[in-house]
Design a protein around this ligand. Structure first.
Ligand code: HEM
Ligand code: HEM
Length: 180
């Protein structure tokens, strides 16, 4: 089944979830690596790769939001207690961060005055005027939001493992679509 059911995750949502996870983990690692580098001719390709993959994350999250308007995902399992609302809040916050992080990266990169490109091919319009102050501001925000994402995704993953070990099938449902 491609679409989500009232209590099932369809194939499209599951592929989007695990695909986004792989890209986001790669992006966090790559981002930390380039933040430690001196920009130069030999490292420029890593910046290019980080930007291209970052726009891929943005495209995936927009596709996911669009898909979930057409085919809403099932709510978290279990009663509507604190754990339910914590899971819901974490999911919403992750969505918000995955929109905000690429945009702050784009704004910071625009502020350097260098063209922002996807796959060395397509030039995107700058989001802000070039200035050192804007560059520092947007990259600082990019940095803070990525730390927040790392913390939330860690909690999200631990929550998923905890509930799976308690036997409610939360993780199985994101892997197979159904809890059993
Ligand atoms: C979901 C997507 C993204 C993730 C998870 C991500 C993650 C990160 C992380 C963890 C860092 C290191 C932060 C630090 O320690 O200072 C970083 C740096 C950076 N990111 Fe991203 N990023 C994403 C998208 C983008 C996009 C779309 C762009 C540009 C178009 C971008 C441009 C940059 C640049 C230029 C740096 C280096 C900043 C510096 O030298 O201080 N990022 N990113
Ligand atoms: C960067 C990595 C990740 C992101 C961005 C992410 C994001 C999300 C989001 C937004 C949802 C809500 C459902 C949806 O909208 O599709 C979700 C659900 C879920 N995620 Fe993740 N996730 C990540 C990593 C992981 C990892 C590592 C695991 C476990 C090993 C995991 C397990 C789950 C499970 C089991 C659900 C379903 C929860 C439920 O039934 O309510 N996720 N994830």
């Amino acid at each position: 089944m491609l679409k989500n059911g009232p209590a099932e995750f369809g194939l499209v949502t599951r592929v989007l979830h695990w695909g986004t996870m792989l890209l986001v983990i790669a992006q966090l690692a790559l981002g930390l690596r380039i933040a430690d580098l001196e920009p130069g001719l030999s490292t420029l390709w890593l910046y290019g790769l980080h930007k291209t993959l970052g726009f891929a994350v943005l495209a995936l999250i927009l596709a996911r939001i669009g898909w979930h308007l057409v085919s809403p995902p099932p709510p978290p399992l279990g009663p509507r207690g604190p754990a339910f609302w914590a899971a819901r809040a974490a999911h919403w916050a992750i969505y918000a961060l995955l929109l905000a992080i690429p945009l702050t990266g784009w704004a910071g990169s625009s502020a350097t005055g260098i063209d922002v490109m996807i796959a060395d091919r397509w030039t995107l319009p700058p989001l802000v005027e070039p200035s050192e102050a804007a560059e520092a501001f947007w990259f600082r925000l990019h940095d803070i939001l990525t730390k927040l994402l790392m913390a939330l995704v860690t909690l999200h993953m631990l929550g998923a493992f905890k509930r799976e070990m308690e036997g409610d099938g939360t993780l199985t449902r994101m892997l197979k679509g159904r809890t059993g």
